[in-house]
Ligand binder design. Sequence first.
Ligand code: NAD
Length: 494
Amino acid sequence: MNIATRPSAPDIAGLDLEACSRGLFIGGAWLAGHGPHPIPVVDPSTEAVVAHVANADLTDAAAAVDAASKAAPGWAATAPRKRSEILRRCFELITERAEMLAKLISLENGKALRDARGEVAYAAEFFRWNAEEAVRIVGDFGLAPAGANRIIVEHHPIGICVLITPWNFPAAMATRKIAPALAAGCTVVLKPATETPLTAYALAALYKEAGVPDGVVNVITTSSPGPVVSAMLADRRVRKLSFTGSTSVGRTLLAEASKTVLSCSMELGGNAPLIVFDDADLDIAIEGAMVAKMRNAGEACTAANRLYVQSGIYDRFVAALTDRMEGLAIGPGTDPVTECGPMITAKAANKIDALVKDAVGRGAKVQCGGAKPAGIGFFYPPTVLTGVPADAEMTHEEIFGPVAAITRFDTEDEVIAKANDTEYGLAAYVFTKDIGRGLKVSRRIEAGMVALNRGLVSDPAAPFGGMKQSGLGREGGSHGVLEFTEPQYVAVTL
Ligand code: NAD
């Protein structure tokens, strides 16, 4: 294990933390929350509290929905071209402030600065893409088959949207929802994760600067997400819930949303298989596996959770991957040399540790890493396990950390059955030089997204989302904006 500089004071030069913790962002103003106490924000590298943010209660949640409701008619009536230009300005400002935002993400989330820079570029792209989509939301017009009337279909803004995001991509998970919602003409209330609120507030200030009218985007943080979100979902003015987070919280929210028959988009957990066939290019497979496993130190819904490697390439793959994983520099996210930052919380690091212990107890072999280091910060070392049995907990649960769990396979049918033996269906990775075989295998895998001979699948121009219990709906591409519209059909005799 290669520990870079941990722990050390985070490099936060150029960050105005007070500006990100001025209060709840409601109706374009920074307001005090009425929750019981401010919410501390912890740097996972040093365990130090770096800021406090406001805590919303039910009255604040109602105020945020009021502000979104007041702004809704004006924003829906704003010309698509004007909305597009404002979204484009958001893209430009995020790009201009990229380094500041990346440092902020590294500070509160712990991810390596290079991952944070990648996230900011990805987050900005949702504004550029949706600025382009805002002027291309077209309907339909045609003659009814019986010939008696015309069918006109228009896509209206769906209405006020409640957006809930996780801590693992504090910028991108928010912009992936806000940008298409605004492109469609909707107003929103964002509730970011309590662990990483600073980025959401920094972005809120930037939207205002870009010309987003007051009340169109509102941001509230709370230490009581259950009651605060329930209250918003019960408000009949709210017409959409877009949630990214765990499958278990997703299930709870779907039940809540059923009370008002709310439109729901759900981006939930994953358990991605990564399959390496004997005929794969080893260098490409290793490079892809490193990205699929180690982007964000494994704290990604798309992270390769189960690595299935065919017998003929197995030994070479294990040796090369172990070599790469062992060489990674661990350290605070804000340190530019860091390649693997800490986990988000002590609880997260302990969960990974327990999953590794469970797998080893059932016969898996540790090639590198495998033990939680003592000391400050929520670190877990890059770990390679081989011979992970099918009954190990990590085969069925998200590891959400830097642990590569490798299993040997022999035949295509065998590996497809293993890959699909999960309630999840978000992402999958396939490595083979035979593109025809790669496409055939991709079709047989139950996953909303398949990366063929590459480790990165996310793209703002493509539909992101899962099958099975990984979610409902798609974000990005031309699908993303339509999730925030309601089609209306008019029958007219002309
Ligand atoms: P989480 O489900 O614990 O929390 C997500 C959000 O929901 C947070 O804002 C949290 O405060 C809020 N929340 C928690 N309990 C709630 C409740 N009872 N009512 C309303 N809101 C509530 O998830 P997390 O730990 O923040 O994120 C990790 C999970 O997110 C992983 O499962 C990961 O796979 C998933 N994820 C999915 C995608 C995707 O696009 N499919 C992307 C990123 C993360």
